[in-house]
Design a protein around this ligand. Sequence first.
Ligand code: NAD
Length: 297
Amino acid sequence: MAATILDGKAFAARVRGQVAEQVAQLKEVHAITPGLAVVLVGEDPASQVYVRSKGKMTVEVGMKSVEHKLDAATPEADLLALIQDLNSDDSIHGILVQLPLPDHMNEDMVINAIAPAKDVDGFHISNVGLLGTGQKAMVPCTPLGCLMMLRDHHGSLSGLDAVVIGRSNIVGKPMAQLLLGDSCTVTIAHSRTKDLPDVVRRADIVVAAVGRPRMVLGDWIKPGATVIDVGINRIEKPEGGTRLVGDADFDSCAAVAGAITPVPGGVGPMTIACLLANTLTACCRANGLPEPTGLTA
Ligand code: NAD
């Protein structure tokens, strides 16, 4: 039987709709408008595209969007001063510093300068610790999007065997924490894992976050398993030009899996939707209001 294709584009549109509804209520009932500040340093073309689309979607859901574009040669102290200003600005509930930063900047120091309650990327060391100890955290957007899709498809994840391939701080590790929080039995596989195909074959849920085009093959997948493909890899097409593929070999995996996310149109669109959800969550928490429903871990 062919796998169910988990349509991240449609799901993300639904999440943005939920955010927009709850933003409208906040405005009407409490006269509060959530605000997101995005800081971009330098001219990285991919980052410029992301920042533009974040700004556009922030406005579309009714939030205030602020963009700060700094020159690549900006001294680190100036960026830290801007972050301090945003930390103390009551109209800003979420702060995102677009990565990567230029080489002369220390990413850890910059991220840890953001007030944890406004750290909508969930990368601040306090949020990492809160997530790791099962406390209320700001949760990294991409793994949060994967979790939402998994909950939507499976209902309860309790007791399922999950294998996360990749141990990055941005995707792999927080993904594993979230799955553990939903009572999965979690294995984190990585570049040194022995017999990776055998490890993956045990999984009811496979999350691939590696950055290697079509590495996960259909004969690694347990029949009926769910494959969440986080990878975004640009490859050459035989006829010329390029296209995007995931970390899973879509056709062979879809022939065995119960459900699978495509690339593009799977996990990708969920990341910005979850950024907006996190900004709304941060705004509610800052104002002592109940958490938005269905939009948190
Ligand atoms: P990363 O390079 O920081 O981490 C990759 C991980 O893969 C490492 O932990 C490494 O141990 C593991 N790995 C490398 N080779 C391996 C192998 N042969 N076998 C098993 N594991 C191996 O990457 P990242 O930031 O976690 O991103 C992973 C992928 O997800 C990339 O393609 C990236 O573009 C994509 N991504 C997508 C989104 C999104 O919005 N959809 C967000 C973030 C990252």
